[in-house]
Design a protein around this ligand. Structure first.
Ligand code: PHE
Length: 323
């Protein structure tokens, strides 16, 4: 018994001192090898009296697994230490940071505008870009001979569809599938065959707004637009409602803004025409609504002082990185 304890102390201190995998292996051979100390002691069991054999064999087995587990542990700690000793590893160097992208200024503007209306209880909805004449014109009370229906003003497909030229299509789609009251805004792309220049693009973005309820008066429209413009542009902005004509609203207005010098046309709006309400199965005698439509690029250009709409669509990172 005393021998085994001495042996255990001996192997423990050897393992403690070992500084390499090679030294560990040497200890393993010396103690656990075929001709090692433990094997020798097992060989000597036969010389013991039968009543001591069992106890000694048991102690010997315990010592053997003690040595085994200590060797494995030491080997593990040696290899993890050596990683820290890597002369090329410098934990003070900055890591490799991924290039972070950003949202396009048009997307940012859409989100900013949407947020304002969401706070006023409007819901953001989506619509299709490939549309029918019914949704883009007929249901919106636009007569058959209206110039906007002309192929010079709208892109038609060969199979009788068109690329929507305004987001007012979403009003129709939403009213057709839902019952009033309704408070929605619909941001999205629209298409018009315009020659591209500093202020025109064949594709641009609009945000359509629509509110329908029992009594949704022109004064409600005015209040909401006023609040919206002040939130977006600050309290100094002035606004003006100028009488206008849209087939789908009556009365109709264009809203201009100013900061003191001159007026800038910003959006179209009006009270939803009774014929539009009828076209979607609403009763003009029971409900009333207002609608507005605004151009996102124009607002972004105003906000950021951009003078050429083409910059938005050229994918020039020198431009986009500024937002
Ligand atoms: N759809 C109109 C346009 O594209 C804008 C508008 C929307 C006007 C809703 C009135 C009401 O010019």
């Amino acid at each position: 018994m005393a021998d085994l304890r001495a042996l255990q102390n001996e192997v423990s201190s050897k393992i403690k001192e070992a500084q390499s995998a090679k030294a560990i292996e040497e200890i393993r051979i010396a103690f656990l090898g075929r001709k090692g100390k433990i094997a020798n002691l097992f060989g000597a069991i036969g010389s013991l009296t039968p009543d001591r054999r069992k106890q000694f064999g048991h102690d010997l087995n315990e010592l053997k697994s003690f040595i085994e587990s200590n060797l494995t542990e030491k080997l593990k700690s040696l290899s993890s230490e050596s990683k820290g000793e890597d002369p090329y590893f410098d934990p003070t160097l900055p890591g490799v940071s991924p290039r972070v992208g950003r949202l396009h200024p048009i997307t940012q503007t859409i989100r900013e505008i949407s947020d304002i209306f969401v706070r006023l209880g409007f819901e953001v909805v989506d619509g299709e870009e490939i549309e029918t004449e019914f949704h883009n014109f007929t249901a919106l009370h636009i007569p058959l001979d209206h110039p906007s229906r002309d192929a010079f003003d709208t892109f038609y497909t060969d199979s009788g569809y068109l690329l929507r030229s305004q987001t007012s299509t979403v009003q129709i789609r939403q009213m057709k599938k839902r019952k009033p009251p309704l408070r929605i805004i619909a941001p999205g792309k629209v298409y018009r065959p315009d020659a591209v220049d500093a202020s025109h693009s064949f594709m641009f973005h609009q945000i359509e707004g629509l509110m329908v309820d029992k009594s949704t008066a022109f004064s409600d429209l005015k209040g909401i637009i006023h609040l919206f413009l002040r939130t977006l542009f600050g309290k100094k902005v002035q606004m003006r409602f100028r009488p206008h004509f849209f087939p789908f609203t009556e009365p109709s207005v264009e809203v201009d803004v100013s900061w003191g010098k001159g007026w800038l046309e910003l959006l179209g709006a009006g009270e939803v025409h009774p014929s539009v309400l009828s076209a979607v199965g609403y009763s003009p005698n029971r409900v009333q609504g207002f609608a507005f439509g605004l151009g996102v690029e124009r607002i972004a250009m105003l906000k950021y002082g951009i003078h050429d709409i083409r910059l938005f669509f050229e994918n020039d990172l020198r431009f986009l990185r500024q937002f």
